[in-house]
Design a protein around this ligand. Structure first.
Ligand SMILES: Cc1ncc(COP(=O)(O)O)c(C=O)c1O
Length: 397
């Protein structure tokens, strides 16, 4: 595979000429190579006709290669991945595969994205499911112990983020999986914030399902996401009403074994988008996920040190090495929602810097708001210095 540098990566993101982009945890900018892959494929389909056999072959070859890149990134088999439109829908595909009923339990953590909190409410309201939220404080050991106590005979599924959306904390997923599996409970890992930010090996995590998003840290096209299903769970993954033998199977012909891909992907879909997602993954792998993580973690260390030395600013992201990478969340003494939104807007308007006003809890607690700063592989030290100075100016303004 061709090697690319962090500088090459940045050159594929023309928006970095315009703005200090620290919002990759929300939406990353799309790599120009991914945009080109999407538009080339769309043009090809339009010019040559999507139904023509040659066109279909050309597009499917590109698509299979793209799927292979995503599978390589996660260290899994391409047929174990279903590609769709975002993380939330991928999450619902997994949730829908379980036969939830009154009194069943869904266990999750206090650091989940609002999409999990909403799914939890839906499960409670529609199916009478009991939702247990395990509190995460500073200690991984205390979290694992609390998780152990929270999983019961009634628990059907445990969901945990790999990197927590509110504060960028890297969660002890492997240990959590071991605890859940000891009690026979499958684990869904929400990797929306980790895949593309740090190296992620789905098999090494040991989880049963892993979901993620194309346009965040993978710098891929909007409207792309995926679910990976471990081979052990393949039979249980039934998000839709899919027959074991298709209605158009030829009598007597061998029956193809359903895969996570075939169960997750139904009907016509956007092939160029899948090709673009694969191209983004390929580009990041050409730079190297270790290189990307180390660069972002290094810049984030400087940012956190400087912010800790700034009166009135608190770093709520864990500082121990290995417990976070490119995300830093800050709180500001005495800042409520309006003050935080005002500062974020000021940074945008006056300093050309994009950061996020981030609710720290789901469900919402109106007094818990921070500033989430996503440092990615394409950000530079100069940008981070400008950000540090600008935050200091912003709180003095
Ligand atoms: C941890 C986590 N899960 C899920 C989501 C939702 O992702 P999507 O918008 O792709 O559905 C996000 C988005 O920020 C997230 O950070």
């Amino acid at each position: 595979m061709e090697r690319l540098s962090l500088k090459d990566l940045r050159e594929q993101l023309p928006v970095t000429e315009e703005v200090g982009y620290f919002q990759t945890g929300t939406y990353g900018p799309t790599l120009s190579s991914a945009v080109k892959a999407v538009t080339d494929a769309m043009e090809y389909e339009a010019l040559h006709g999507p139904a023509r056999p040659d066109t279909r072959q050309y597009i499917m070859e590109k698509e299979e290669a793209a799927r292979g890149h995503l599978a390589d990134l996660l260290n899994v088999n391409p047929e174990e991945i279903g590609i769709g439109s975002n993380t939330t829908r991928a999450m619902h595909r997994v949730l829908r595969s379980f036969d939830w009923g009154e009194g069943d339990e869904f266990v999750t953590t206090s650091l989940e994205h609002v999409s999990t909190a909403d799914a939890s409410r839906g499960l409670e309201q529609e199916r009478g499911v009991n939702v247990t939220v395990v509190e995460v404080d500073d200690s991984d050991a205390a979290f694992i112990e609390a998780l152990d106590g929270a999983i019961t005979e009634e628990t059907k599924l445990f969901l945990i983020s790999h990197i927590a959306s509110p504060n960028g904390r890297i969660m002890p997923v492997r240990e959590a999986v071991d605890v859940a599996h000891e009690k026979g409970v499958p684990v869904l890992v929400d990797a929306a914030q980790s895949v593309g930010q740090i190296p992620v090996d789905a098999q090494a995590l040991g989880c049963d399902f892993l979901i993620g998003s194309g346009p965040k840290w993978l710098l891929g096209p909007m409207g792309s996401g995926y679910v990976w299903v471990s081979p052990d769970q393949s039979d249980n993954f039934r998000p839709y009403f899919t027959p074991d033998v298709g209605a158009w199977s030829k009598p007597g012909a061998p029956v193809a074994t359903p895969t996570a891909r075939s169960r997750a992907e139904f009907g016509t879909y956007n092939h160029p988008l899948v090709i673009g997602l694969g191209q983004a993954v390929k580009t990041l792998m050409s730079v190297g996920l270790d290189t990307i993580r180390d660069h972002a973690a290094g810049l984030s260390k400087t940012l956190r040190q400087e912010m800790q030395d700034t009166p009135g600013v608190n770093v709520i992201t864990p500082l121990e090495p290995g417990k976070s990478a490119g995300v830093t969340t800050l709180t500001f003494d005495g800042y409520g929602e309006e003050d935080m939104q005002g500062l974020v807007q000021w940074l945008n308007d006056e300093r050309n810097i994009l950061v996020k006003a981030q609710w720290l809890t789901a469900p919402l607690q109106l007094d818990k708001i921070g500033m989430r700063i996503s440092v990615a592989g394409f950000n530079t030290e100069e940008e981070v210095r400008h950000l540090i100075d600008s935050i200091r100016d912003g709180i003095r303004r």
